[in-house]
Write a protein that binds this ligand. Structure first.
Ligand code: ZN
Length: 215
């Protein structure tokens, strides 16, 4: 199973607040930068009606916090008055910036070899979330999955077989998936990866790269 968009059932789980924390974060980030997903989430909410809870993060689009703070402090953020002017977008969507405590400059990267870096944002018993930095053109190790892995592209793009995933796209992998994503040439790739269970590795190279994935 490899796909670009989040199935409605998972959007419903997100709307209900029933996803493990790492996936909750990934969904919050996804709907904050992907209009199609946010639109479907709105539909899911409409259908689900009063069931919904915990949607504050979704309702808060880019800039609304700044606007609120501006009201409090009396300073006017220029970007809010003109949505088009927000164009030089932050690589990290607000839900991730909240985790990191700032923008990309605040990420505490750790080198994991092959020029790749990772930063673990969250790890509890049932899920983990991390940011991955993959230099342009670098191939990821071949691996399988014991649980579900969702990868949200924040910068650059990666290729998995014939499929290209760019900013806002989500790849979902599960036990059936053995893939070898490659960062697209031209730009370094930054992704948010949410995992359940632990990843299973195949082949020789992954032995070297295992610390990269083991959390
Ligand atoms: Zn994978």
């Amino acid at each position: 199973m490899t796909q670009h968009s989040i199935p409605d059932e998972i959007l419903l789980d997100y709307a209900n607040g029933s996803l493990p924390e790492a996936f909750d974060l990934l969904l919050a980030a996804h709907v904050s930068i992907d209009n199609e997903a946010r639109g479907r989430l709105d539909e899911v909410e409409a259908v689900g009606g009063a069931l919904m809870d915990g949607l504050d993060a979704v309702d808060m689009d880019e800039g609304s916090l700044e606007a609120t703070l501006a009201k409090i402090t009396g300073t006017a953020p220029a970007e809010v008055s003109n949505p088009a002017a927000q164009a030089p977008c932050q690589v990290l969507p607000r839900p991730i910036r909240d985790y990191v405590g700032g923008g990309l400059d605040s990420v505490k990267w750790r080198s994991v070899g092959m020029g790749c870096k990772q930063a673990i944002l969250n790890h509890d018993g049932e899920s983990s979330a991390r940011l991955l930095y993959i230099p342009a053109g670098v191939e990821m190790p071949d691996h399988g999955h014991k649980g579900t892995e969702m990868t949200l592209v924040l910068k650059g793009a990666f290729l998995d077989g014939d499929t290209r995933f760019a900013r806002g796209d989500v790849e979902i992998a599960d036990e059936e998936t053995e893939h070898r994503p490659v960062a697209d040439t031209g730009d370094d790739c930054i992704c948010l990866v949410a995992c359940s269970g632990s990843l299973r590795f195949t082949g020789l190279l992954p032995r070297i790269a295992q610390p990269f994935f083991r959390i």
